[in-house]
Write a protein that binds this ligand. Structure first.
Ligand SMILES: Cc1cc2nc3c(=O)[nH]c(=O)nc-3n(C[C@H](O)[C@H](O)[C@H](O)COP(=O)(O)O)c2cc1C
Length: 199
């Protein structure tokens, strides 16, 4: 038996250093309840003025899945077809409708977001932030996720999100890890000194 002299990775280190973006999964299904549980946790992550514009469409029916697959770019189509649960991650451009609930300490907060273009920008920025929380939250529950933005977002909005104020950002394929891990070696990341400065 070889005893490792490497210090054990913390839970956070494991989440970021060991988990990869998935493109294949085991056949085990993912329950809506687990996604609901993760959402219930990550919704507490910070957003600008608690605007919380992240919205999720869990694509369950074979018919909706095929419609979604056709809106993806070619290499992503079969991933949508084979993932246990594709989730359309979207931003609600009418997030301000919920601000009486989300910002009770600031009466009239919704009126600050009357301008549609500003609202669309804030919705996108803040939903992306929440999408990051969601990605890590799903991984923390033992799921493997494959984020994909190679898609015709306008077509998804006009089809699966028609009649809503939701605008798609990416598709997150969700499932349990495949028996064989991702084949290609992991690409490096920037060192702290290349990515950060001290002023
Ligand atoms: C917003 C976003 C969009 C992505 N779009 C695609 C995509 O369209 N197709 C794809 O195969 N991978 C896509 N990826 C996966 C990235 O290529 C992957 O996360 C990155 O290369 C890091 O890989 P690793 O997690 O294995 O280290 C996307 C990732 C993110 C976060």
């Amino acid at each position: 038996m070889t005893i490792s002299t490497e210090p054990a990775l913390s839970a956070v280190e494991q989440l970021f250093q060991e988990r990869r973006s998935a493109r294949a999964w085991s056949a085990e299904p993912v329950d809506d309840d687990l996604v609901r549980h993760v959402y219930d946790t990550v919704r507490w992550g910070p957003t600008l003025m608690n605007t919380s514009p992240l919205r999720l469409l869990l694509v369950r029916s074979p018919e909706a899945r095929e419609r979604l697959a056709r809106h993806m770019s070619e290499p992503n189509r079969d991933r949508v077809r084979s993932a246990p649960l594709p989730v359309v991650v979207a931003a609600d451009t009418d997030f301000h409708e919920h601000l009486d609930t989300l910002v009770p300490h600031l009466p009239g907060a919704r009126d600050r977001f009357a301008d549609e273009a500003t609202r669309a920008r804030i919705a996108r920025d803040q939903a992306w932030l929440q999408a990051g929380y969601l990605t890590v939250g799903l991984r923390a529950e033992g799921l493997d996720v494959g984020p994909m933005s190679g898609m015709d977002a306008a077509a998804i909005d006009a089809d699966l999100l028609a009649g809503t104020s939701w605008r798609s950002l990416m598709v997150l394929n969700v499932g349990y890890p495949a028996p064989e891990p991702t084949a290609h070696p992991r690409a490096p990341r920037l060192d702290f000194d290349d990515a950060a400065a001290v002023a």
